[in-house]
Design a protein. Structure first.
Length: 670
């Protein structure tokens, strides 16, 4: 795997986890500023390497998943998010993109409310349904809870409204209501909320609507969604539609303003920023939208956002405090992260006492030492970031921050290759901090493929201390498995049988299952085919590993470091002792492979052949299996519901076969 592809994959994984914690768990763990920078880094990488864009990239979707405790609602029209501007130059670039396409433009400026986006549907003037944004296409049905929010009318006011009206807006908790709620929570000994946004989200997602009703939530409409059965002509400007919503009885922020020049936009931004603390609700910027609806339509949309609107974010809030010490934490992927312990300080609405220092490069860039006075920045979140030091306040006894050479959890070697920012524990199979992810990967479909061994089962096995390493899976009994939630004897017996069946695998799958950094399916297959035995892979020197296709110096070092750790070797030996086996690899000359030098692409749904198995069989025949169609593609396998790849292949004159033809071909060459 290339470094750029790995970077994109790592950032996508991290952003998706942050999205889940922010949108689903209501428990964000990083600052908005950090998330925004990470997203900008991802967008830049994806723009430079579009071939590595992942299907689950947060750049292609909005928000998080709908919670399973509510029924799901498919939006009549996708609820998109907004691109961000962080500096005046960003907004000027946005404005230039607009004015390059439309001759003149007026903007509508609105406060960027810090709450939860919702869609509310009225039919024949009556409140019918409400839903969260969810992932943009599917949200959570929160109808009963929204009914309790007093500012939201149950019936539209006046006459002349369409048969169906969908209203988009933001549910938020006013500052006074937030303070009162936390006072009540504290008096009862219950957990207090971090900020008004979390309080609003938590209140809106209560299963008991009486709890929602007890909390003074606010609401402002900010857009019209789907409109059907118009009785009278709709306003053809965004500002006009907001006034129309207001006439129908829906609350609209009094701060909304129509601006006919950039100077007025900048003046609005400066004014709202200056009055931010005086507003009765939290905001984190200004939303700026093209006013004319016909111009909005002509400008259109990108994958996750309209081209005609942008969120101009406020600078993150900052404060100074003392860096008292630094601890090192090991994440689920082995990343060793320095965490600054701070003298408690009130910033951004909460008292904070720690901040991430990210990595050794960041420490070096900041020049920070223990004992320094530091400037921390917090943007509506719990964990702040250190952005600078105050050199003149450095004491004589300030101490350097020294990265550990061995994992603070398992004592395995900490690996940091030249040119990499992140240091990682190399004891992936043994390290307690990485245990859950290591076993999930080991049991996954592309690895040992243990049928029924899902993530929740793995987490329970580890939480109940039934499993400490992948090797322990093969010692599980049905009676032990019945200790898990919702695991009856029949299901337990079936899972034990699946674990036993997984003992017979291939060398390539086994190598992949070990979770060695940057060793994916293709690299694992190349290692297996090159060395033929696990012993040869374990004992290979870096120069020998470099002889393998798709193995560069960095990957070779990852492999070497992995097999140099006694703890990892101990687990591998236990796995072999448990009976994991694979057929001997027969030597086939590369020149004899029928698909040597060819590039194939798989698309659509295969009904008789697993996609990964099809890929593996084609690779075993010498083919390179790519993710996109180009003029260099030799053949496209089109399964059911094949889409754009099939169209492009036909346009380029690439050979196309269906699944039946693929099966016939594989049977013939096999």
């Amino acid at each position: 795997m290339s470094e750029s592809k790995k970077q994109i994959a790592d950032i996508v994984q991290e952003l998706n986890q942050h999205n889940i914690k922010y949108y689903v768990d209501d428990a964000p763990s990083v600052t908005d500023a950090y998330y925004d920078r990470l997203m900008q880094q991802l967008l830049a990488l994806e723009a430079a390497y579009p071939e590595y864009i992942q299907a689950d990239s947060p750049s292609r979707r909005v928000g998080g998943h709908a919670l399973d405790k509510f029924s799901q609602v498919t939006h009549l029209k996708p609820m998109l998010s907004l691109d961000n501007a962080f500096e005046q130059a960003d907004f000027e670039a946005f404005n230039k993109r607009i004015t390059d396409k439309v001759a003149s433009v007026d903007y509508v400026c609105e406060p960027k409310l810090d709450g939860l986006a919702v869609s509310i549907t009225y039919r024949n003037g009556q409140f019918e349904r409400a839903a969260t944004r969810g992932d943009g296409s599917v949200g959570e049905d929160i109808t009963q809870n929204v009914r309790t929010i007093k500012p939201i009318p149950m019936s539209l006011r006046g006459e002349g409204y369409p048969e169906l009206v969908e209203v988009r807006g933001e549910v938020f908790m006013p500052k006074a209501a937030f303070d009162a709620l936390n006072a009540r929570q504290q008096a009862k000994g219950d957990k207090v909320f971090v900020n008004p946004r979390n309080a609003a989200a938590g209140s809106l997602r209560q299963l008991d609507s009486k709890i929602t009703a007890s909390r003074a939530l606010g609401f402002y409409a900010y857009a019209l969604g789907v409109v059907e059965g118009e009785v009278q002509p709709m306003e053809q400007s965004h500002f006009g539609q907001l006034q129309q919503l207001k006439r129908w009885g829906l609350p609209v922020s009094q701060e909304v303003k129509l601006c006919d020049s950039l100077e007025k936009v900048y003046a609005y931004y400066a004014d709202i920023l200056n009055r931010r603390s005086q507003l009765s609700y939290e905001i984190d910027g200004v939303v700026i939208k093209v006013n004319a609806i016909d111009k909005q339509l002509s400008l259109g949309f990108v994958a996750k956002a309209p081209r005609w609107a942008i969120a101009y974010k406020f600078p993150a809030q900052e404060e100074m405090t003392l860096l008292e010490s630094v601890d090192f934490q090991v994440g689920r992927t082995g990343a060793v992260t320095p965490v600054a312990r701070l003298q408690a300080v009130f910033v951004g609405g909460v008292t904070v006492s720690n901040a991430t220092l990210h990595n050794a490069d960041e420490i070096a860039r900041l020049g920070v030492k223990v004992g320094d006075t530091v400037i921390i920045r917090r943007a509506g979140d719990v964990i702040p970031q250190i952005v600078a030091i105050v050199p003149e306040k450095r004491p004589n006894n300030a101490q350097d921050i020294v990265f550990p050479t061995h994992c603070p959890v398992c004592q395995s070697l900490v690996e940091r290759l030249e040119g990499e920012a992140v240091a990682r524990c190399s004891g992936g199979l043994f390290c307690e901090a990485q245990r859950k992810e290591a076993i999930k990967h080991f049991a996954s479909r592309k690895a040992l493929n243990i049928d029924g061994m899902g993530d929740k089962i793995v987490e329970q096995l580890i939480d109940k201390e039934l499993v400490q390493s992948p090797a322990d899976l093969f010692s599980l009994t049905a009676s032990m498995l019945t200790m898990l939630e919702r695991m009856a004897m029949k299901s337990a017996t079936k899972l034990v049988a699946a674990i036993a069946a997984a003992k017979t695998t291939t060398l390539a799958r086994f190598i992949y299952s070990l979770g060695i950094r940057e060793v994916g399916e293709a690299t694992a297959a190349n290692l297996a085919n090159h060395f033929k035995t696990l012993t040869a892979v374990r004992e290979a020197k870096v120069e020998q590993l470099l002889e393998v296709d798709d193995v560069g110096e960095i990957v070779a070092k990852h492999i070497g470091h992995f097999f140099a750790q006694p703890h990892n070797l101990e687990v591998v030996d236990k796995l072999l002792a448990a009976g994991i086996n694979w057929p001997e690899i027969t030597v086939v000359a590369a020149a004899d492979l029928p698909l040597k030098g060819q590039t194939w692409v798989l698309t659509g749904t295969l009904t008789q052949l697993n996609r990964n198995d099809a890929k593996a069989q084609l690779q075993a025949l010498g083919a390179k299996v790519a993710g996109s169609v180009s003029k260099n593609t030799d053949c496209l396998v089109a399964g059911e519901a094949a889409g754009s790849k099939l169209a492009k292949a036909q346009e380029l004159g690439v050979k196309v076969i269906d699944e039946a033809e693929l099966l016939t071909f594989l049977a013939t060459v096999g």
